[in-house]
Design a protein around this ligand. Structure first.
Ligand SMILES: [Zn+2]
Length: 296
């Protein structure tokens, strides 16, 4: 026999069946919706997280790059400042006679008179005094001057070259001590002291200061270009006739202390120039037995 409560419940169930089903379906639908909503939102958050992680990693990389750039810029600035300071110090050094060590800048007891055509000026033998100015400078045209000991021969040589159809132009002749201070300082500033020393004399060590040397070009062909010109061939054949020698030959660098300079000539007089030619002696250092090469 069923209990009256159970009967009552069944009656209730039958009467409200549709409503109960609707409620049940609603609950299931709501739960489903919530599940769907939650899972898609989580997926979205995960994607956003992933994205922002990638973005911050990219930002990190950018920050690192910028930091590296800043560090490189700072380093370059510091190096430039250090170089400028070093250059200034070198220029200051080259601008004073203190860069010439007078105790060892001219140990020769011969060939040391700057007023004589047999003087030797090289990296071991400065001019003494270092501020020496020839007392007999004369014009050779175009604003250039040479010692009166060399100028007449120079003019004769230029006339002979011109008659032979050879074009020669002076690019440098006598240079004073102070000219050499600025010339050398310029090259030190450009190439550093070691670099400058290979092609520019320190003040007091330039043969140009004797008034016996000059540099030459042909039709705008200057410096090393001159060595391959027909004018150079002419100079090789004729310079000695007028008492001039090419002072710095290729192959004599360790003796003269300078790289080859096909454009630089020095007056030594016809007797010496011809004798050197006859004996195939290329340098004054070898001809007169004077030490040369680099600075002390
Ligand atoms: Zn020269």
């Amino acid at each position: 026999m069923r209990k009256p409560v159970q009967r009552g419940f069944r009656k209730l169930l039958r009467r409200h069946l549709v409503g109960i089903i609707i409620i049940a379906v609603s609950i299931i639908a709501t739960a489903g919706f919530l599940y769907w909503y939650t899972s898609t939102t989580e997926a979205k958050i995960a994607t956003i997280k992933k994205h922002s992680a990638a973005q911050s990693a990219a930002a990190d990389v950018q920050i690192k790059v910028i930091k590296a750039q800043k560090a490189a810029e700072l380093k370059a600035k510091q190096e430039a400042a250090a170089k400028a300071a070093a250059d200034q110090a070198q220029i200051a050094d080259s601008s004073t006679a203190t860069s010439v060590n007078s105790s060892d800048c001219n140990t020769a007891t011969t060939h040391n008179n700057p007023a004589s055509i047999d003087v030797v000026v090289n990296k071991k033998h400065c001019i003494q005094p270092v501020t020496y100015i020839p007392g007999d400078l004369v014009s050779i045209g175009s604003g250039y001057v040479l010692s009166a000991k060399a100028a007449p021969s120079f003019n004769e040589m230029m006339a002979a070259a011109s008659a032979a159809g050879i074009s020669l132009s002076v690019t440098s002749s006598y240079r004073s001590y102070s000219d050499q201070v600025s010339t050398y300082a310029y090259w030190v500033n450009t190439s550093g002291k070691a670099g400058a020393d290979t092609y520019s004399a320190r003040p007091g060590y330039s043969e140009h200061q004797t008034g016996l040397a000059f540099d030459i070009s042909s039709n705008g062909c200057v410096l090393s270009c001159f060595g391959s010109s027909t004018a150079y061939t002419w100079m090789q054949a004729n310079a000695a006739t007028y008492g001039f020698i090419q002072r710095y030959y290729a192959g004599s660098e360790s003796i003269t202390g300078y790289d080859a300079e096909e454009w630089h000539y020095r007056y030594v007089g016809t007797t010496v120039a011809k004798d050197m030619e006859a004996k195939s002696i290329k340098t004054l250092e070898q001809y007169w037995g004077i030490s040369g090469g680099n600075y002390y």
